[in-house]
Structure formats: structure tokens, C-alpha cells
Design a protein around this ligand. Structure first.
Ligand SMILES: Cc1cc2nc3c(=O)[nH]c(=O)nc-3n(C[C@H](O)[C@H](O)[C@H](O)COP(=O)(O)O)c2cc1C
Length: 206
């Protein structure tokens, strides 16, 4: 199959890309608005950025009406957000938090999840998540206009919290053992289970 990206059916092309750029990790992003009211929403257009400084990026698209999502508006208003990692035990509540709620609804209450104070930023961490990354906004890069246009939020990671039981002896996160989940195409999700994980040492050249 070959498709011109200039053909008319934009939604089908969008869905095609989500089915082939997969699996994608999920950032469950906590923010507050200028008045301090909370908001929580998942984003799978999400990646690590770099290590110096520690950075990450994710993209809340414009919604179907062409409006910017609350997560983007809150981050531009406050400059802060928290990325919580998502496990299988959290998946149904994360999905619930993705509903198109009014701005004055805090998805911590509807999901529901437990608020835990952050160390360096105002938005709460999700207590049920085994790890949280507290971030400050570096830059928003807008690409396109109207419905589904991208808004890349680039953040610097200023504080990391990992639950003790999710840490391995090497001081790193227990990535294989925590039941992390990701998004694929359609309504498909994927869970990391120990039997699916394999190691490969990087090649040593010369
Ligand atoms: C697992 C999952 C991943 C999602 N990833 C994205 C994404 O990367 N970008 C996006 O714009 N919406 C994504 N959504 C939809 C948003 O979560 C949804 O639009 C949400 O209502 C946005 O909330 P907000 O308006 O409070 O920011 C995702 C939904 C789910 C369930």
C-alpha cells in the first residue's frame, strides 16, 4: 500500500500513523491552571529528549474543534507539569481521565487517582504511579493549524521520584517488572511483561 500524504482523508492518515508508530509510552501529565486548579490527562505522543539538561517532549494536539487542550494552556500559564508513568493497574483510570471534561473538572477526582505533593513544582504527582518526572517548560513548538495540529511541549526534568519498590539494585527503574503500558493503533494498548523483554549489548566497534 502507498498513500500520498496530500490525499484528502486526513483522519484516516492520522489513524494509520498511530497504528504504525507504536508502541508508544504514555505520559500521564498533571498540571494546574493559573488559579491552582488541577488537571490530569494522558499523552502517548511522548519521548525522552536529552540528558544535558534532562529533557522530554510530548504533543497535545489541537482538539477536533481546533482549540488547544487544557494541558497546553495550563503549562503555558504556569510553566510547570509532572509526567507520571503508567502501569497496567492504572490503565482503565488513565483512559477515564482522557475524557473531554470541562475545564473546572479535575481528572484526579473522576479517574480517580490520589494526589501526592511534588517536590519542586505546583502540580501534584499521581501517588499510584511508580515514577514521576517533575518538569519546567522550556519551549512550545507549534506545527500546523486547526484540528489535530501539533503542539510540541519541551520540558526540562527538574526532579525525579521513584517508589522504592520500583528501584533495582543498580539504582535504575525496574522497567521490565512494573507492568508499564503503551498505546498502539485503534484502541489497542500493550503491557510490558517479563517474557517479552530481551537484552542486546551495543556493538563494540574497533
Ligand atoms: C492513552 C492515551 C494517550 C493519548 N495521547 C494523546 C496525545 O499524545 N496527544 C493528544 O493530543 N491527545 C492524546 N490523548 C487524548 C487526551 O488525553 C484527551 O484529549 C484529553 O482530554 C486531553 O485533556 P486536557 O484537555 O485536559 O489536556 C490520549 C488519550 C489516551 C487514552
Amino acid at each position: 500500500m502507498e498513500l500520498s500524504t496530500f490525499a484528502a482523508d486526513k483522519l484516516q492518515h492520522y489513524r494509520l500513523l498511530t497504528s504504525l508508530i507504536a508502541p508508544r509510552p504514555i505520559a500521564l501529565v498533571s498540571t494546574v491552571d493559573a488559579a491552582g486548579r488541577g488537571n490530569l490527562a494522558p499523552f502517548s505522543f511522548f519521548m525522552m529528549g536529552g540528558g544535558n539538561p534532562l529533557s522530554l517532549a510530548f504533543s497535545p494536539l489541537n482538539n477536533r474543534r481546533g482549540d488547544e487542550k487544557q494541558t497546553l494552556r495550563n503549562i503555558e500559564a504556569t510553566g510547570e507539569f509532572v509526567v507520571n508513568v503508567v502501569t497496567r493497574a492504572m490503565a482503565e483510570r488513565v483512559n477515564q481521565a482522557s475524557g473531554d471534561y470541562a475545564d473546572d473538572v479535575d481528572e484526579f477526582d473522576v479517574a480517580p487517582f490520589t494526589r501526592e505533593p511534588s517536590a519542586r513544582v505546583r502540580p501534584s504527582r499521581v501517588a499510584e504511579s511508580p515514577a514521576a518526572l517533575e518538569c519546567r517548560l522550556f519551549q512550545v513548538v507549534r506545527h500546523g493549524a486547526g484540528a489535530q495540529a501539533a503542539n510540541y511541549i519541551i520540558g526540562e526534568v527538574v526532579h525525579v521520584r521513584v517508589h522504592d519498590e520500583a528501584l533495582r539494585a543498580d539504582g535504575l527503574f525496574d522497567t521490565a517488572g512494573q507492568g508499564l503500558v503503551g498505546r498502539m493503533g485503534r484502541d489497542e494498548w500493550v503491557e510490558v511483561v517479563p517474557g517479552a523483554v530481551f537484552d542486546l549489548a551495543r556493538p563494540v566497534i574497533g
